[in-house]
Design a protein around this ligand. Structure first.
Ligand code: FRU
Length: 445
């Protein structure tokens, strides 16, 4: 039997999942599209589609787009949605590999920006290329992809990730008045190179601050940062993003093993973000492949900006799934899971300098203020995952969203986050030691 089926995270029944795409709220439903392949180890990319009224229960909709056009025959790649006048507008990258002896980095690859409309949010009404390789600025390789669109002060903007001929990552910004004619207005770049390519950029305002999120590929790693081969993080923008605004220091958004290509959207006064709980070309693996599927999404996270930092907290809807299970205090430090439950929400206040949490004899979190870090390590069943570190001096509170095969760790109200897959062989206990107080809830869905 497969115990690793997620209870409250989005994952495919069969096949492969990667980036979340086209996130929006449209005609009473939240929509999640995602990069999908029929083969569990990846293949030609489609857009799979789910919709939900509450961000918790998801209905499967038919596959939205297949790589069935000349301009996207090697993959309906990542993109985003914009709602205008009761129509869903989708922008994505049509990936084409020309036939020939190419490396597909500097030649032989087309990345077409495609505009799609849908009146009902289920069926495609129109699908047209709005930008070809020739319409992008000079000096770029053929890696130009992942359009994120939004409306601001009566104009439309699109940010696209790019790799230059000098192998430097950057983000291109385009402007439009009609969604079909796009003009390149500027490029976000850094003096010192931050990765060779920026995938899945996102540009938004949160709490009065403009932020550029991106996934730079190929950063040099250290003990406390860029521990994954591909990174996911953000830049704070000083000034107007349309003109002379510039980006400052790059900060990582998640310090775990599995978090990549997130996308955000705004609805009802909140900015929600969903990420892929996976990592391209990682050395570690996911044993669900044996069961014919691979990868899942993170939980939806609510964004906030304070103390010069982007905060990510689990969306408040998740609290409605809580059923009280156990109270941790000075005397009770071990919860024995006696039922079949594998999905939990653990919330702890921490008053000490040391804290240890052990989940299902699989994963351990070890905080030591003297050492100045929180270490996430595998006791077993990491499938190649070993250790990740978070540099941190004090933990006031910590929240763990545990599902059958993942843990997302939110530290100090979501100021720092670590996400990882895990594949326990039993679900026997959740142990905590330290000067703490807190509650464990099972999550029933
Ligand atoms: C990021 C990414 C995107 C691309 C998509 C293809 O994970 O490589 O840049 O559009 O996945 O599936």
């Amino acid at each position: 039997m497969n115990n690793w089926r997620q209870k409250y995270h989005i994952e495919p029944k069969s096949g492969w999942l990667n980036d979340p795409n086209g996130l929006c709220f449209f005609k009473g439903y939240y929509h999640v599209f995602y990069q999908y392949a029929y083969e569990p180890e990846g293949g030609n990319k489609y857009w799979a589609h789910l919709k939900s009224k509450d961000l918790l229960h998801w209905e499967e909709a038919p596959i939205f787009m297949a790589p069935d056009q000349e301009y996207d025959k090697n993959g309906v790649y990542s993109g985003s949605a914009l709602i205008k006048d009761d129509t869903m507008h989708i922008f994505y990258t049509g990936n084409v590999k020309q036939k020939g002896d190419f490396d597909y980095v500097y030649a032989g690859r087309e990345h077409n920006t495609v505009h799609v409309t849908s009146e009902d949010g289920i069926n495609v009404d129109s699908r047209n290329v709005v930008m070809y390789n020739k319409d992008y600025p000079d000096g770029l390789s053929c890696h130009v992809r992942d359009p994120k669109v939004f409306e601001y002060e009566d104009k439309y903007y699109m940010v696209i990730g790019a790799r230059t001929m000098e192998d430097k990552g950057e983000a291109l910004v385009f402007e439009s008045e009609d969604l079909d004619n796009w003009k390149h207005i500027r490029t976000f770049e850094t003096m010192a190179r931050i990765g060779y390519m920026w995938e899945c950029p996102d540009l938004f305002e949160i709490n009065g601050q403009w932020i550029l999120m991106a996934c730079p590929q190929g950063l040099e790693g250290g003990k406390y940062e860029f521990q994954n081969i591909y990174s996911c993080g953000y830049f704070i923008i000083e000034g107007d993003f349309r003109s002379n605004g510039f980006i400052t220091e790059y900060k990582e958004a998640d310090f775990g093993f599995d978090f990549y290509s997130p996308q955000s959207f705004a609805h009802d006064g909140r900015r929600l973000l969903l990420g892929w709980m996976g990592m391209p070309y990682a050395k570690y693996t996911n044993p669900t492949v044996e069961y014919g599927y691979q990868h899942c999404m993170s939980v939806f996270r609510e964004l906030d900006f304070a103390n010069n930092t982007l905060y990510m907290k689990p969306a408040k809807e998740l609290e409605s799934l809580r059923k009280f299970s156990f109270e941790y205090g000075e005397e009770n430090t071990e919860y024995k899971v006696l039922d079949e439950k594998r999905a939990f929400d653990l919330e702890l206040q921490n008053f000490g300098d040391k804290l240890e949490i052990e989940i299902f004899d699989t994963l351990k979190l070890d905080f030591d203020a003297g050492r100045g870090d929180l270490e996430l390590s595998f006791i077993a069943n990491g499938y190649g995952r070993d250790k990740r570190f978070l540099k941190i001096k004090s933990i006031e509170n910590i929240r763990l969203l545990i599902d059958a095969s993942s843990v997302e760790v939110f530290v100090n109200d979501g100021k720092q986050v670590m996400s990882t897959r895990m594949y326990p062989s039993n679900y026997s206990n959740i142990k905590v030691s330290g000067n703490i107080r807190g509650k464990l809830y099972s999550l029933d869905i």
